[in-house]
Design a protein around this ligand. Structure first.
Ligand code: CUA
Length: 292
């Protein structure tokens, strides 16, 4: 393409210089001669045809290169990332992977492998931005967009919503965790598994608190009757590094504060305040911590 463009450039500039500096007879009748007019028309037609031909060759190149690029990434798996105010829903799509799983605010990918992230929004325009991995791409309601994610080396890469989407736009972060292939497979197998079954009286009580209070109206925990999709899927909540969309470390204390009064931490989120007795709260936290 460079050499063809260079040749076109030389021809165009050469013709221009020739037209500028050639000696022309001064008599006006000379310009009106029919043979000259015909020659000029023919030159213009030749130029147009050559341009079309060259563009067509470029088009063929473009298709074949695009096809080759697509083929080299075949076999990559796909993640669906759905923007919510103000958190990220992450779905791993079968069939490239053995099962469909849903998690939130934390994307695990195998380091060194390209991953196609399909983006959509549940409400307003958000934008995915993981500065160390890729540029920004908008999540637009009613429109499907996508972006390739690839991390050369294992590590944790912070991402941030990069399009103002309301009051808590600044607190809409996510983590991209690039694992070695073995670690990724282990993580994935853990996510596919159903939620932990309570084995002692405290966590059994915690599960009961979860199911009988407002929690189960918005959240899902696979393996229990809780299957709501308004808030993040909590099946493996304890395996995640943060809560509140990258806002707080996932510790017992932060979780307690979030459960009791998320509004004071992130005003405007859908999570309502929960009035729990200390005993119920501790049991609930103990249960949530088993959801690894
Ligand atoms: Cu979502 Cu800003």
């Amino acid at each position: 393409m460079l050499w063809i463009a260079a040749a076109v450039f030389v021809v165009v500039i050469g013709t221009l210089l020739y037209g500028t500096f050639r000696r022309r007879p001064s008599s006006p009748e000379f310009e009106e001669r029919p043979t000259r007019k015909r020659g000029a028309t023919r030159a213009i037609a030749a130029g147009a045809v050559a341009t079309l031909l060259i563009l067509f060759v470029y088009l063929v190149f473009d298709f074949s290169v695009g096809h080759a690029l697509g083929a080299s990434r075949r076999g990559a798996f796909e993640i669906e990332l759905i923007g919510h105010r103000w958190w990220w829903e992450v779905r791993y799509l079968a069939p490239a992977l053995p099962a469909r799983i849903t998690t939130a605010n934390e994307i695990h990918i195998p380091a060194g492998a390209p991953v196609l992230v399909r983006l959509r929004s549940n409400d307003v325009i958000h934008s995915l931005w993981v500065p160390d991995l890729t540029g920004k791409r908008d999540l637009i309601p009613g429109k499907r967009t996508s972006i390739w994610l690839q991390a050369a080396t294992p590590g944790v890469y912070r991402g941030q919503c990069a399009e103002f989407c309301g009051q808590q736009h600044a607190k809409m972060a996510l983590l991209v965790v690039a694992d070695s292939r073995a670690d990724f497979d282990r993580w994935y197998a853990g996510q596919v598994a159903s939620s932990a079954v309570p084995t002692d009286s405290v966590t059994m009580r915690g599960r009961q608190v979860f199911l009988e209070n407002a929690c189960a109206l918005c959240h899902a925990v696979r393996g229990t009757p809780a299957a709501a999709t308004i808030g993040p899927d909590l099946t493996h909540l304890a395996s995640r590094r943060t809560i509140g969309a990258g806002l707080l470390q996932n510790t017992r204390g932060n979780l307690a504060g979030w459960v009791l009064d998320a509004q004071s931490i992130k005003p405007g989120v859908d999570m309502p305040p929960n009035h729990l007795t200390p005993g119920d709260l501790q049991a609930l936290l103990a249960y949530l911590e088993t959801l690894r």
